[in-house]
Design a protein around this ligand. Structure first.
Ligand code: TYC
Length: 102
């Protein structure tokens, strides 16, 4: 705007082009068969939880049906979900894990 008129125009501000990545919750689902101790181990091994934190999350899932293990960028969350499902399958437990956008 204001072509050729000194002092009339659009102020263009430099836009910082770094974006915060979308984050995803990784969820553990309850079932009737996976041993509690196995779920605690999964939380320690794949989500870097202390035994106390892992036990708390496991009991939350056991009572409420679903619980958050951690929040990650898409690729990390996807990898955690695959690792948990593979590990559970290898041990013949039906434990299920999924992810959802935050
Ligand atoms: N409900 C299971 C039991 O009673 C324990 C369990 C907890 C299973 C959390 C899955 O994500 C889970 N053995």
């Amino acid at each position: 705007g204001g072509a050729g008129r000194p002092g009339v125009g659009t102020v263009v501000k430099a836009k910082p082009k770094t974006k915060k990545p979308s984050m995803y919750r990784v969820l553990l689902l309850n079932d009737d068969y996976t041993p509690m101790e196995f779920v605690v181990h999964v939380l320690e091994r794949f989500f870097n939880k202390s035994r106390e934190a892992a036990t708390e999350i496991m009991l939350h899932v056991h009572h409420r049906g679903v619980g958050v293990c951690g929040i990650y960028t898409y690729e990390i969350a996807e990898t955690k979900v695959s690792q948990v499902i593979d590990f559970a399958r290898r041990h013949q437990h039906p434990l299920q894990c999924t992810m959802e956008k935050e």
